[in-house]
Write a protein that binds this ligand. Structure first.
Ligand code: HEC
Length: 114
């Protein structure tokens, strides 16, 4: 269920920028295929999705990005969890389960250490 719902949410909220296969968009939008990046930053993914990314450079798949990702402040924790399960188990990634409880924990830490 998480995976299937996550796929629908991805189509609705993310695919325009990150692409149907998570391929990104040239040097504007990073791909979601850098499995090492996603693994290392797993605890930050909920923050990225809920609050967006701005004023931060990010190094993904050997390239540096300095763009802006929009926030989704109204999104529910369960939807964030489903999105994370989808993207970390698609596009060549297979990182297993991720729960809404974990989202709540990760969101607590969003502005620390960034
Ligand atoms: C308007 C375009 C846009 C939309 C919509 C968007 N993103 Fe992003 N995303 C970006 C950009 C640009 C960056 C890189 C920001 C930077 O350069 O600091 C990024 C970075 C990321 C990253 C970290 C880097 C990477 O590629 O692994 C993740 C994960 C991510 N986005 C996931 C999502 C998810 C999930 C959604 C849907 C909820 C989403 N994005 C919606 C543009 C977008």
């Amino acid at each position: 269920m998480y995976y299937v719902n996550g796929r629908d949410l991805y189509k609705k909220h993310c695919q325009n920028c990150h692409g149907i296969s998570g391929e990104g968009l040239e040097n504007l939008v990073p791909p979601l295929t850098d499995t090492a990046f996603l693994k290392t930053n797993k605890y930050r993914l909920a923050c990225f999705i809920k609050y967006g990314i701005e004023g931060d450079t990010i190094r993904v798949a050997g390239r540096t990005y300095d763009g802006k990702m929009p926030a989704n402040e109204k999104i529910a924790n369960i939807d964030i969890a489903q999105l994370i399960v989808y993207l970390t188990n698609s596009f060549g990634n297979s990182h297993g389960m991720y729960t809404a409880e974990q989202v709540a924990v990760d969101l607590e830490g969003c502005n620390k250490g960034r």
